[in-house]
Write a protein that binds this ligand. Structure first.
Ligand code: ZN
Length: 161
């Protein structure tokens, strides 16, 4: 039996797995910024992942810094790490669009629309979207993203339930 992302080109699959492993082991932006504008707590009771997403916004609402802290499995950590890197410099509308594509990709609800995304962002979304073949892990991968949306909406908490 083929595993979930085996259908992809082997080199691409290695790239995607390497991305997840690298960010899972060495998360970027794992810190609390000094000037947090918004924060929210995310909890995925299925796996036990818990994280806080911190966002720093400028006067126009553009995300100038994004970071996170917490504890979770490699996939939730990798997803949060990659997300915080992608969010920097994004407007609220761009962050919403990224969230929409991420959610669609991870749930198999549709193809990632590549308009407006960089190749690096497309690669990251494809890497994370590999979890769609492992339904138990989808909530791990989307936790940081739901938490980011809660923070932008000024809600204190997000849950995958
Ligand atoms: Zn998890």
């Amino acid at each position: 039996m083929m595993d979930g992302i085996a259908a992809l080109d082997a080199d691409l699959r290695d790239l995607y797995q390497d991305l997840i492993l690298d960010h899972g082991k060495h998360p970027r932006n794992f810190r609390k910024p000094g000037d947090v504008s918004r924060e929210a707590l995310g909890h995925n009771p299925l796996c036990g992942d818990r994280l806080i997403v911190y966002l720093t916004l400028d006067a126009d609402g553009t995300i100038v810094d994004a970071a996170f802290q917490g504890s979770g499995c490699a996939i939730s950590t990798a997803s949060a790490s990659m997300m915080t890197e992608m969010l920097k410099g994004k407007t609220r509308a761009q962050a919403d669009t990224l969230f929409k594509f991420m959610h669609m990709a991870c749930t198999g609800a549709g193809e990632i629309k590549t308009a407006g995304l960089t190749q690096d962002e497309i690669d990251r979304l494809h890497a994370l979207a590999g979890v769609r073949h492992y339904p138990m892990r989808v909530k791990c991968a989307t936790l940081a993203w739901h938490t980011m949306q809660a923070a932008l909406s000024a809600l204190p908490k997000a849950s995958t339930e």
